[in-house]
Design a protein around this ligand. Sequence first.
Ligand code: SAM
Ligand code: SF4
Length: 438
Amino acid sequence: MKRVYIETYGCQMNEDDSERMLRLLEGAQYLETQEPREANLILINTCSVREKPEHKVYSALGRFKRLKENQKTIIGVAGCVAQQEGKRLLDRVPYLDMVIGTQAIHLLPELVQRVQNKGQRVCATELDREGKYLIAPRPQKGRGKMKSYVTIMQGCDHFCSFCIVPYVRGRERSRPGEEVVEEVKHLAGIGVKEVCLLGQNVNAYGKGKNGELDFPSLLRHIDEISGIERIRFTTSHPEDLSDGLTQSFSELSKLCEHIHLPFQSGSDRILKRMHRGYTKGSYLERVDRLREACPSIAITADVIVGFPGEEDKDFGETLDLMAQVRFDDLFSFKYSPRKGTRAAQFEDQMEDNVKQERLSILQSMQKEITLQKHQILEGTTQEILVEGRSKQSDRDVTGRTRSNKIVNFKGDLNLVGSLNPVRIVKAFPHSLRGELVE
Ligand code: SAM
Ligand code: SF4
């Protein structure tokens, strides 16, 4: 057996792509290793949504250069950076063997063969009209997983002015409903308890396809699969949050009480320049409807500071939206200009020190809110899906509430994979401390 080492940077979609690449390579007699020096094949899989992951590709390539010199390791770059840079990557990095675009994952075993047998350097960045890149062999029993991602759609048709995704992942494409349902049944059969349905904009799932399930119907089908205990999904665009999906939170018992609903900015002027298609008011209405349908729902979001032309009063609107919603948690980013997007050409780009200052203000405000949200849970009993040993102590296990909060408590490893009632005894900024209810 040969060995493959995969280094993944970026979002859950990238993590799932890496998992699917591993499964494809298992069929070509490759086993995963955590040690790059042992590997016959090294893959770096990254996203390019913000600038940092892109830098990581080049620094990772630098680290692996020596391995290439000492042994005949094959090195490939996959993901959004590969899609965006294409052949330029091969030109810039003479020891790189493969560039695997976002829609060429299914070709991976064949590309490896070409490098191995013919000594070719390959670049596969053509867009795949048939959607074969969404398919991968099913996971086998024994990977010890109680949670699994399931990619249900890829790409995006929204073209927000700051975002590179539609250019590097292509247009929206959904997998057929029966295929997704069959995959989830298979996962339930090998012991998976929780699935997280993935896509850049899952609530546009099935859109525009005759006879295809829409997202709430897909959720209903998955809710009926025995063995699956929890359903999550990410990410949702507020504009596509239908009433049907909002109601699903009150109707489907396995759908966890959590939604990630990025708002990006609280200023209508900036939202318009971002081409987001909603206003602060309509975002707040959606939040109200979600909370009416499911009062205990946890809401998290993404926000960008320092978008071109963002003035103090625009930033003030963002803080005001945060104060009104009181998110359970927030992923906050400094705007990073992406080549080829409209916003990168706007002339009123902001200085980094202003972006940094706004980010710090916003993050300290959210830190306080997150802690208060955690404190509300003190004294309550929560259902925890135990995921493994806690990083903090050998005697503790760690898991998540249905609302996606991390809970650590004293317990044996034989609890891993099971759902347990746990009483919350102490709140911290990033996690909760609990006690198993016997
Ligand atoms: N499709 C989701 C939506 O629109 O709600 C978001 C997916 S995007 C890949 C993940 C997050 O990255 C975005 O919500 C946004 O906050 C952030 N992001 C995307 N482009 C960015 C940029 N150019 N600079 C900073 N953050 C960015
Ligand atoms: Fe990017 Fe999300 Fe906008 Fe699509 S909806 S362009 S993925 S930010």
